[in-house]
Design a binder for this molecule. Structure first.
Ligand code: SF4
Length: 219
């Protein structure tokens, strides 16, 4: 565990030495909060981008606000162009009929647009989370739809779920209470259920219809 923490800190320090404009994304799941805990020790005002889709669990919003206040985070809530009501009235319930389109409008477009303002993007991604993440590099380039190349840094790439929870416990970080109800991966409420496969922590996302919302897929 100490080696993993040292390694993560090395990736963070190396990226911060680049002297660019850094930000982190955080959905306020355990790994995101651990990442932010490590980052704000070095950059207390680093922008922490939250994809405020309007569809999160009430518990997620309450927890986000508690952590943001306790740590004085520079929280940036990224909102889509359309409110939930406007989207549903124009296009219906897209998370049922066209979840890729819904994620595109409520997550991918707002994030990629915001990332145009930064040069380095920190994420809490881990290889163990999903078969779609097994080849994750801790420090890699990421090309935005505009063609701009960002540095994307995932210092926890090699961490297990157990490592994340151990770090949180040892540093007194309370986690999103939804974990206590059995959730193992938590996103928007309509697209999150308890895991369908105990061996796959993300199997409760989109009822298995898709693996990724799209923000980690390069154009
Ligand atoms: S996770 Fe579901 S509700 Fe959230 S943006 Fe994607 S499809 Fe829409």
């Amino acid at each position: 565990m100490c080696d993993l923490i040292d390694e993560a800190n090395r990736y963070i320090d190396l990226a911060l030495k680049g002297g660019g404009r850094e930000c982190a994304t955080c959905s306020f799941q355990a790994e995101g909060v651990v990442l932010v805990h490590m980052l704000v020790r070095r950059r207390p005002r680093i922008p922490v981008l939250f994809l405020d889709t309007g569809y999160h669990f009430p518990e997620t919003y309450a927890y986000r606000d508690r952590v943001a206040a306790a740590w004085s985070l520079n929280l940036v809530n990224l909102r889509p162009g359309l409110s939930v009501a406007a989207q549903e009235s124009q296009f219906g319930i897209l998370y049922e009929t066209a979840p890729d389109r819904c994620c595109g409008m409520r997550k991918v477009e707002p994030l990629f647009s915001a990332l145009e303002n930064y040069t380095t993007w920190f994420t809490g991604l881990r290889r163990e989370q999903s078969k779609s993440r097994t080849a994750l590099e801790p420090d890699a380039g990421f090309r935005l739809p505009s063609g701009r190349l960002l540095r994307k840094v995932s210092p926890l790439a090699a961490w297990s779920t157990r490592d994340v929870w151990q770090y949180a416990r040892e540093h007194g970080i309370p986690l999103l209470p939804l974990y206590e109800q059995g959730y193992t991966s938590i996103g928007c409420q309509p697209c999150t259920s308890l895991p369908l496969d105990a061996a796959d922590p993300r199997s409760g996302r989109w009822s298995g219809r898709k693996l990724e919302c799209g923000i980690h897929i390069q154009s």
